[in-house]
Design a protein around this ligand. Structure first.
Ligand code: AMP
Length: 417
């Protein structure tokens, strides 16, 4: 049997990094008083397949199926829609209240697997509903950046753009279309199709000849209303004040159609990262809450890819290793002493001691070597002689000194150290 294409196992040699990363994320969210929500991995098809959403992710990459009762189901390709569905269904939106939530979980997209891109992958994300103010946009961007920077990851820059409202985008789309139409034959196949379906996506085409054709194309910023331009300046001013490295990228459009106004992406400029160098991204959505049946409130959010955060950390030599010494190893001299040694181990566990037990049938010397190489401070040694005299030997593995201690006094002895 093999795992499904585009998936991976997290094995013990890697899993500690995942635990570290997840704990780190929960800590940052707690600090900012953002509440954790967990929604189902699958939702009704319509939660993601909304009329306004024509992005590739939703139209070409979702895992859709019927359950045994014929319900149309979709594995979530992203976190936002499910979280918003839940917030509305559970009536968490109240007037004059800014709701701050976050999630962490697996998503599923039928994409072409490559380095940093999988069919099952993990994201953490924040969704903030209830107000539209430049302070909130700047705050959400800073939280995304903080998660990355406080992990120790460097060389990350925030790319930011303003997509305007629906009317602005329509005007801009038409202007862009009119500009590219005479050049249509020279566009890549993908971009040719996008000229009809979503010309904005041509802006972030990775094909160099497409990019060359875009020289002199209309610029979105020029189409923004004066108040949108002001809003954008306010956001970038706050980012500057709080020393967030950012660049305005007029070609940043993002993959989902629900985004409007401020959008951003965290880009890793790290050697060896490959072409998938976005650690995450997000932006403001004006219509999504209403579209999913809620009040007409604007929201803003982001999602960070956990695999990419781990890759960035690895490339920069961040180990996530917990080097704290393990305290006590209980070792048995021979198989007859194993049961008594086991009972001592269980007692110490109950007493809250950081203790391990070697369940294998390794020779005593090998157990000892293991305890040393695994960074233990003490070894408690149990053999026939010790059992007969109701004692144990306690060896200090750093100083190599050894003492005989009564079985009843082990805890007192350890606590005195
Ligand atoms: P998106 O939901 O497409 O805006 O993606 C947000 C972030 O999730 C990206 O910047 C990546 O870090 C991560 N991501 C998206 N798709 C994948 C994937 N197929 N495999 C791994 N990470 C992904």
């Amino acid at each position: 049997m093999q795992k499904v294409k585009g998936t991976y196992d997290v094995l013990p040699s890697e899993s500690y990094k995942w635990l570290f990363l997840e704990k780190h994320i929960h800590q940052v969210m707690k600090k900012h008083q953002i509440d954790y929500v967990r929604t189902p991995v699958f939702e009704y098809f319509d939660v993601f397949h909304r009329q306004s959403e024509a992005s590739d992710m939703v139209t070409k990459e979702t895992y859709d199926f019927e359950d045994r009762s014929g319900r149309k189901i979709t594995l979530r390709p992203e976190g936002t829609a499910g979280v918003i569905r839940s917030i509305i269904e559970n009536k968490l939106i109240t007037p004059n209240h800014v709701l701050k939530t976050y999630y962490l979980g697996a998503n599923y997209r039928y994409e072409r697997p490559q380095k940093g891109r999988y069919r099952e992958f993990y994201q953490t994300g924040v969704e903030v509903i209830g107000d539209k103010h430049a302070v909130l946009d700047a705050e959400v961007i800073q939280i995304a950046y903080e998660i990355v920077s406080t992990l120790g990851i460097k060389d990350v820059v925030v790319k930011i753009n303003h997509l305007g409202d629906a009317e602005t985008r329509l005007n801009f789309k038409n202007a862009l279309k009119a500009f590219l139409e005479p050049l249509k034959d020279q566009l890549s196949e993908d971009s040719k199709m996008r000229l009809e379906s979503n010309p904005l996506r041509i802006l972030d085409s990775k094909v160099p000849s497409d990019q060359a054709l875009l020289k002199g194309a209309p610029v979105l910023y020029d189409f923004l209303t004066a108040s949108d331009q002001k809003y954008f300046t306010l956001v970038t001013d706050i980012l500057k004040q709080y020393h967030i490295p950012y660049i305005v990228d007029e070609k940043l459009v993002r993959g989902l159609d629900y985004y409007a106004h401020v959008v951003f992406e965290l880009q890793a400029n790290i050697d060896g990262f490959g072409s998938q160098n976005a650690l995450g991204g997000g932006g403001r959505y004006d219509d999504l809450v209403a579209e999913l049946g809620g009040p007409p409130l604007s929201g803003i959010g982001f999602a960070l890819g956990l695999e990419r955060l781990l890759l960035a950390a690895e490339l920069q030599g961040i180990t996530f290793k917990d080097d704290a010494p393990q305290y006590v190893a209980v070792l048995h001299m021979d198989s007859e002493s194993k049961i008594e040694a086991y009972h001592i181990y269980k007692r110490l566990l109950d007493d809250g001691i950081d203790v391990s037990f070697d369940f294998s049938n390794k020779a005593f010397k090998t157990q000892l070597k293991h305890a040393i190489s695994n960074n233990h401070t003490f070894a408690i040694i149990v053999g026939k002689d010790e059992i007969d005299t109701n004692t144990v030997q306690i060896k200090h593995l750093l100083t190599q000194t050894q003492e005989v201690v009564s079985m009843d006094d082990i805890l007192t002895y350890l606590k005195k150290q």
